[in-house]
Design a protein around this ligand. Structure first.
Ligand SMILES: [Zn+2]
Length: 496
């Protein structure tokens, strides 16, 4: 994710060097640095264990209300219908495996911050086809199946609900998450980190990834796009149903939908020929006629990053331009970009940033939100790699010097210990990237890129912690890197 306020500020300022992506430190206050930074690169965190806690918590130390214990979701089938009055009604089927004997279980759904009128109403819940009991309170939908579930058993939960609520403020940053409606009328989902359960009942935590089918029925003439591939388009009297399938595991926060009657799907046939990746962009009609020039470099960007990081992890890629968002977000196979970025000089670097997230964040997803630097530090580092690709080592070194100076003068905090109320702090981005610069300098290019490729291969489509990355780096370099990671990730001061 990149929040736009600071990007626009950077682009309109009288900068002499290349403009860079920076997090919204001007609009989001820096968190106080932690009083006692961890002394190891893998801070152990106590996870809750009691049955009451695991019912409604998967144990995330930052956001204990997100996720639930007792089961592992394997698939979501989400069916939405856009009614003529603009209301969206939903029907979600959750296929899961019980990891414990369960006489009840919880799904995250709804919002505590929404007004009562903006809270979805649950109309029916069934487990394995039989009506189940439920209690919907705030963000938790506690389901009592008609018969207890046995550990190891697969079970299917169906939830009917209406309406799908609009976006509400996140607990992690002062940005709304959930369903947006832009000034142009385009409707879309922005969910990182805690907005997925505002629009579909889920185990809303990045550690429980699943495959997805997202089916959207809209009035004829409107299009609906989502993650993955369009596998079916069904025209009926006055409506069209678009069925999208993401068959690689995906975290809930990366699921998205874009709906508009003034949009087009634009296929990049040349990118398909060059990469074998189905590159399709979802663009407003006027932009579809004249797409931003930087989009023409998508295939080249996929090639450059694949050489450095290992094979592109998914079958599709593309971006959707939407208005009223104020950010860019790396939804799996379909990144969202605010239309303000279309003409901004910064667009190329933001495209690289969100594309890099397809490896770091989407394929390799943090197990716990506290390790968000594994997303943002790596995606920001990719910007530096693109600058090096374009301008050589001198440009790379100049940009690093500039960013270190900026990080020092802004007092950016350590990337390994952000605040739960300001998860996307500037330090997570810029100092996270500088951690990788320091590692590259320490081990040399050959070993460094071996580390990145081994890391992306070993944990593809799974979850990662900081300790996982440190272990791969130490193994491949055959060095003790604890001092490097401890100082770069957790020291208040920027090393050097
Ligand atoms: Zn990002």
């Amino acid at each position: 994710m990149i929040v736009l306020a600071s990007v626009v500020a950077a682009c309109t300022g009288s900068t002499s060097g290349p403009t860079t992506t920076t997090e919204a430190t001007t609009t989001i206050a820096q968190p106080p640095t932690t009083a006692s930074p961890p002394t190891t690169a893998s801070p152990p965190t106590t996870r809750p264990a009691s049955p009451d806690e695991t019912l409604t918590s998967i144990g995330d130390p930052f956001y204990p209300a997100l996720g639930n214990g007792g089961y592992d979701v394997t698939r979501y089938d989400i069916e939405l219908t856009l009614l003529d009055d603009g209301t969206i009604v939903g029907f979600t089927t959750v296929t899961a495996v019980a990891t414990a004997d369960l006489d009840r279980f919880s799904l995250d759904f709804g919002s505590t911050s929404a007004t009562p009128d903006d809270q979805p109403t649950v109309d029916a819940v069934r487990v394995d086809g039989v009506d189940a009991g439920w209690d919907h309170d705030g963000e938790e939908l506690v389901v009592t199946p008609p018969a207890a579930l046995t550990a190891g058993a697969s079970f299917v939960t169906e939830v009917e609900y209406s309406p799908v609520a609009s976006a509400a403020e996140s607990r992690a940053l002062p940005v709304a998450v959930g369903w947006y409606e832009g000034p142009s009328g385009v409707r879309y989902v922005v969910a990182e980190p805690d907005g997925a359960h505002r629009w579909f009942p889920s185990n809303d935590h990045p550690s429980d990834k699943a495959t997805f089918s997202i089916s959207v029925t809209v009035p004829a003439g409107t299009i609906a796009a989502a993650n993955g591939s369009l596998v079916d388009q069904i025209d009926d009297i006055g409506t069209t149903t678009f069925v999208w399938e993401e068959d690689d595991p995906m975290a809930t926060y990366l699921a998205t939908v874009v709906v508009s009657d003034r949009y087009a799907v634009v296929r990049d046939e040349a990118a398909w020929a060059a990469t074998g990746i189905d590159v399709r962009h979802i663009l407003p009609d006027d932009m579809a006629d004249d797409p931003p020039i930087a989009l023409d470099r998508t295939a080249e960007m996929i090639g450059v990053l694949s050489d450095l990081f290992g094979p592109y992890p998914f079958d599709e890629y593309g971006v959707a331009f939407v208005d009223g968002f104020g950010a860019a977000l790396e939804n799996q196979t379909l990144s969202l970009f605010d239309t303000e970025l279309a003409d901004a000089p910064i667009l190329e670097l933001v495209l690289i940033h969100e594309l890099a997230h397809q490896w770091f964040g989407d394929s390799l997803t943090p197990r716990w939100w506290e390790d968000i630097w594994l997303n943002e530090g790596f995606a920001t580092f990719a910007e530096l790699l693109w600058i090096e690709h374009e301008g050589g080592e001198t440009a790379y070194r100049d940009e690093i010097r500039r960013r270190i100076g900026q990080a020092r003068s802004s007092g950016l905090g350590p990337p390994g210990s952000p605040s739960p109320s300001n998860l996307f702090a500037g330090g997570v981005y810029q100092r996270g990237a500088l951690t990788l610069v320091a590692l590259r300098d320490e081990v040399g290019d050959d070993v460094f890129f071996e580390i990145l490729r081994a890391y992306t291969a070993r944990y593809a489509y799974g979850n990662v912690t900081t300790a996982d990355f440190v272990a791969v780096a130490e193994e491949l370099s055959d060095r003790d890197l604890s001092v490097l990671f401890d100082t770069w990730l957790y020291d208040d001061q920027i090393p050097g």
